[in-house]
Ligand binder design. Sequence first.
Ligand SMILES: [Zn+2]
Length: 477
Amino acid sequence: MPLENDKFENFPAWYDEVVIKAQIVDNRTLVKGANVLLPNGYAIWENIQKILDKMLKDTGHKNAYFPIFLPEELLEQEAEHFEGFAPEVAWVTRVGDKKLERKVGLRPTSEAIMYSMFCLWIKSHADLPLKINQWCNIIRWDTKDTKMLLRDREFLWHEGHTVHTTAEEAAQQVMEAVNIYKKLFDQLCLPYLIVKRPRHDTFPGAEYSIAFDTPLPDGKVLQIGTAHNLGQNFSKAFKIRFENKEGKQEHAHQTSYGVTTRLIGAILSVHGDQKGAVFPPSVAGTQVIIIPIYFKGKGEVVAQAVQEVYQELKDAGVRVETDLRDNYTPGWKFNQYELLGIPLRIEIGPKDVEKGQVVLVRRDNGEKIFVKRDEVVAKTKEVLDQVQQSLKEKAWGKFNEFLYEVKNIEEMREKYPKKKGIVRSNWCGSKDCADELKAEFAVEIRGTLIEKKEEPFGPCIFCGKKAADVVYLASAY
Ligand SMILES: [Zn+2]
């Protein structure tokens, strides 16, 4: 049962179809943009949480939980930040039939809520650094079109918030977050461009923002993670001060960063195909599905072999399940688990039992591998590693196809409408040029590389004046 919509010819329709049919999301709720994350999707999130939570704890972060409620007076303390989020904040204005004296917002992000507390906790340089992580839901009442997992009104995320004594330490912390995200996205087999966003696209209230973009099959990019250096902007607004070693009061330096359930949408988009979802073994809720092939009179020997293989794999730490139902044919089950994105299938029939073997079938490329019964654990692990590696290589190959260079506006007009993707070019730094490019091509200046300073290879793509930076342009979700 292949999907009806073609992934590359009509990506938005393919995406909506795969999200529903692979049982990731059920959107039949009564509030637009607030959907059910089904077990097959939530399992991906849980595995992302496990990977990320460990890295955060290993680098000294502590988990905490802050309230969802955002008192209006807090938002007023930080005007720039507030303005950036104001259009999307949902407010509680009444309780029962009683109107509240002061309305209460639902968090669109937690800077204000957390920092009003940090102000009470931090007294001395000895209290720093403070590294807090929170796993929670976020409410952003988007009035534009919602898109399952990519643009929801309620979604899940993690947000890291840190406080430091010096600007250098805060800058280093941003890089620590960037390195953690690199490792995470590598495990999700997601390719990425890491850029410093231009000034006009910086997180409200931040000194600078670093972001990860990944291209989706239609050539538009999706922001999959961000890290912000907040400088002293918030510590001044929320009076987060500490006594330094000389006994003087100073404002602290801060950072914040996050990734969201949008990552599930990114994984689906990058790896999925015409048969459905394709999940990397690192995060698939079920890594291996064992399907018995029953024949009359041979049911018992097959069932026994299935049970043994299941137990061996389970004991070896593989996330394995069986489907023993006899009212569905093996063929139906093959299609079903391919649709759900399970990385590896094991088939066991009477002939396999006789020969002392099992059959492994890779979800990503359909390859069939015959494996001796006593090598099943070692071989399964090896093949899961190969699947993981191939998904990563294939995704980076696609990423490199999406990235190309453009020297001037004529070349842009010729190439971009056909190729889309990420354009490497030169920019003078003027917001006007960025706006003109957006008006003509619907592209945004996504930013400059952070890992090396690139020397411009020509004049500004739009105005032809001297370029200040090499930038990356793309249309974004
Ligand atoms: Zn220009």
